[in-house]
Design a protein around this ligand. Structure first.
Ligand code: GLU
Length: 436
């Protein structure tokens, strides 16, 4: 498969324009509201709360490329370092036609919270380009990625800010970014990005890690809610690196994946969908459209399917109050970043539906990114079993710590995760003090 094809299918699998939900608030407004909900629990650290509402550094770059037909095209790119109090910036790069500064700011903020909630020694950052990668040739995509990397090269680096894949990017994108940064620096810097191919210092288990973390969180939530995975009905939105892999792990654990959706099709089969067959179809055709192992349903019917676990693993703003009122799942496990709006969170809580928040549920990816970064620094590589075992330990202990705070303070798992994370970030902020 060419890089162009891989990126095309990555973008197709991970969500296209049809997922955009005009009914949802702007992502940054949702993030600010989530921060405000933590205010009563911060004690003396409340003094520093404004820190979290002001991204530390925001870089907007023009990315001009020469198209294959000789014309010049300009794309707008971003790298936002939301907070660096606890360590270098960390967070992915998104290539998607709906990328905006507002969205990248929110995604960077969620990375700050995610990294702190899990206990990784990173701040939060995110970047992206407003582009449909499927509309570019292989050469155009490569030129755009290189120019973008050079432009944000002013602020990234192995000990400053470390990008990774996100929607519309993949290991190939990271290889180009690593090469470009290294060329500009005059020496190979493997640790500047994570999610790289194994041949360039990538980590075993990284590609699966986000989906694996989603699966582990569902399993842990199921223990508390007395929902055995065996026979549980699963509904998954997004069928790429997160949703597709989580679906496969659920099926392997004896659960029944009764509906899957991507930007090309929404499919259901009450008897359970053959996930490896669906994945093979997507690898060949770039999307679920045409896969005959399940029947087509309306997207609005998808949200009200009766199931044990609903896994939104596409884009933000999917579960609005209106949809939340119709959800008939017992647990929502957020594979995507920001899929549930704050108002919808309240509806789900009032209806007794448990939400395992993004900052915990999809943290498996950045956790193995951390392992990759550590392995690159030490030039010593671990086995896949070791990586999966460490990932499981970290995810389960983060889950337990967040669960306990939620019980103690009688708050949602999201607010509990934000309480733990904001304490860690603001304590670091306060200890460092203001410069000058
Ligand atoms: N893009 C992923 C996320 O949203 C991974 C980030 C990373 O590995 O740095 O968590």
């Amino acid at each position: 498969m060419s890089m162009h094809d891989e990126n095309r299918s990555a973008s197709a699998r991970l969500g296209g324009l049809s997922y955009l939900n005009p009914a949802a608030p702007e992502p940054w407004a949702s993030f600010i509201e989530q921060i405000e909900r933590v205010r009563p629990y911060l004690g003396p650290l409340e003094r520093w709360i404004e820190t979290l509402k002001h991204p530390k550094r925001t870089l907007i770059v023009d990315v001009p490329i020469e198209r294959d037909d000789g014309s010049i095209a300009h794309f707008e790119g971003y790298r936002v370092q939301h907070n660096l109090s606890r360590g270098p910036g960390k967070g992915g790069i998104r290539f998607h036609p709906a990328v905006t500064l507002n969205e990248v700011m929110a995604l960077a903020g969620w990375m700050t919270v995610k990294n702190a909630a899990i206990g990784l020694p990173f701040g939060g950052a995110k970047g992206g380009i407003r582009v449909d990668p499927a509309s570019l040739s292989k050469g155009e995509l490569q030129r755009m990625t290189r120019r973008f990397t050079s432009e944000i090269g002013l602020i990234i680096g192995p000990d400053r800010d470390i990008p990774a894949p996100d929607v519309g990017t993949n290991a190939k994108t990271m290889a180009i970014m690593m090469d470009t940064f290294s060329m500009n620096r005059g020496g190979t810097a493997t640790g500047v990005v994570t999610g790289k191919p194994i041949a360039l210092g990538g980590s075993l288990g990284r590609q699966e890690a986000t989906g694996r973390g989603v699966f582990l969180c569902a399993r842990e939530a199921g223990k508390h809610q007395h929902i055995p995975l065996e026979g549980a009905r699963i509904v998954v939105q997004g069928f790429g690196n997160v949703g597709g892999i989580a679906a496969r792990l659920f099926r392997a654990a004896g659960a029944r994946v009764i509906a899957i959706a991507d930007h090309t099709a929404t499919l259901a089969n009450d008897a359970g969908i053959d996930i490896p067959a669906a994945q093979a179809w997507v690898a060949e055709h770039g999307g679920l459209a045409g896969f005959d192992g399940a029947g087509a349903i309306e997207i609005e019917d998808f949200w009200q399917l009766e199931c044990e676990y609903l896994i939104p693993a596409a884009l933000e703003g999917q579960i609005t109050p209106e949809r939340a009122n119709r959800v008939r799942a017992r647990v929502v496990v957020e594979g995507a970043n920001g899929p549930t709006t704050p108002a919808a969170d309240d509806v789900l809580r009032d209806r007794g539906i448990l939400v395992v928040p993004d900052v915990l549920a999809n943290a498996g990816g950045v956790t193995v990114s951390y392992f990759e970064w550590v392995q690159d620094f030490s030039s010593f590589f671990w086995t896949e079993d070791e990586i999966n075992a460490r990932l499981e330990r970290i995810m389960v202990s983060a889950f337990d710590a967040i669960w306990q705070v939620a019980q103690e303070k009688q708050v949602s798992l999201r607010t509990a995760a934000f309480i733990i994370a904001c304490h860690r970030v603001l304590e670091a902020r306060a200890e460092r003090g203001l410069y000058p």
